[in-house]
Design a binder for this molecule. Structure first.
Ligand code: FAD
Length: 291
């Protein structure tokens, strides 16, 4: 099922993101975790693509397992910046063979050793080139990434939204946001992108922080603003794993309820392969989700 169909529904719904194992030895534990999350029957699940593509096979295996064995629609991520045209074409064929119709088209982060390189010769420089390739290769539902707090490489908000609009015009059916911890930042972003003529569905991405080290990593990846209220919570409970799990889930739940209350129907949760986090959030929202 194409996610665009699900995103048309006007009742609150939730989806979860999982990531593939980095090595074969952790495949079984990751697959078990993703299956436990699938059993919660979210409206869909996304499976990320390891930087550089080393885990591409696992991305597809897990996305297919979720769809075929648990009846949960899945979306496979695909990145392009470290790949050749030939490799990307092969990956797209693999996605088709796996019967996956939803693809998240991403550029991927520039590998450290390539940062200073002349990019003119690269096969892919930006995600829109992958979006175009997917559009030309089949009947896919295509998602793209967006950044309520601006992508770190963008000069300013105007430039960020300008290229986002170009990416959408190339063929994105919807956009999922980078994590954010202050909903007002999302509301202001939505206002600005709608004003710029971007009308596709926007799926807010929420990251439940369940330990202090995870927060540090999250800030490093996303550069997200951390509200005082959230800082206090991590200062107070960060040293106690059980307490931080409870507090992090409560904060994420609060963000999600506020999003629903403000008319957003679908929220994506970066569940980080943690079924206990996904389950607690679902439980907190059970009446809202009509479960
Ligand atoms: P782009 O859309 O190409 O944007 C990157 C930068 O280039 C921005 O500054 C943009 O303004 C600029 N830009 C875009 N188009 C042009 C243009 N035509 N000319 C000039 N500048 C331009 N990474 C992974 O490795 N695997 C994953 O599975 C993964 N999943 C993600 C899911 C989500 C929801 C998000 C938000 C991020 C994810 N990432 C993933 C991280 C992502 O790959 C990085 O954030 C990457 O740096 C940018 O990817 P993008 O697709 O947003 O790139």
């Amino acid at each position: 099922m194409k996610l665009t169909e699900l995103l048309k529904e006007d009742t609150p719904s939730i989806s979860f993101e999982v990531f593939p194992p980095k090595t074969e030895s952790s495949y079984d534990s990751v697959r078990h975790a993703t299956e436990e999350i699938a059993k919660l029957r979210p409206s869909f699940m996304s499976v990320t693509y390891g930087a550089g593509g080393g885990t591409s096979k696992y991305t597809l295996d897990i996305a297919r397992d979720i769809k075929e064995n648990y009846g949960v629609p899945s979306i496979a991520h695909l990145t392009c910046v470290s790949s050749t045209k030939e490799t990307v074409k092969e990956r797209i064929q693999d996605i088709k063979k796996a019967g996956i119709v939803n693809v998240m088209a991403l550029r991927g982060d520039i590998p450290k050793d390539k940062v200073g390189e002349d990019r003119a010769r690269w096969d892919y420089r930006h995600a829109f080139e992958l979006v175009r390739e997917l559009r030309e290769s089949g009947d896919f539902c295509i998602g793209g990434a967006c950044y309520p707090e601006i992508h770190p490489e963008s000069r300013d908000r105007k430039e960020d939204i300008y290229y986002l609009a170009k990416k959408v015009e190339t063929g994105c059916d919807f956009l999922t946001t980078q994590m954010f911890f202050d909903n007002n930042i999302l509301y202001s972003f939505l206002y600005k992108i709608r004003e710029a003529g971007i009308t596709v569905p926007i799926v807010p991405g929420i990251m439940p922080i369940t330990n202090a080290a995870q927060l540090e990593r999250a800030i490093k990846i996303s550069g997200s603003h951390i509200p005082e209220r959230f800082k206090n919570l991590v200062d107070r409970f960060g040293g106690n794993n059980h307490a931080m799990l409870e507090a992090g889930v409560a904060y994420a739940t609060d963000q999600i309820i506020d999003l629903y209350a403000n008319g957003i129907n679908h929220v994506h949760v970066y569940s980080m392969n943690k079924p206990e986090v996904a389950e607690r959030i679902m439980l907190n929202l059970s009446a809202i989700l009509g479960r």
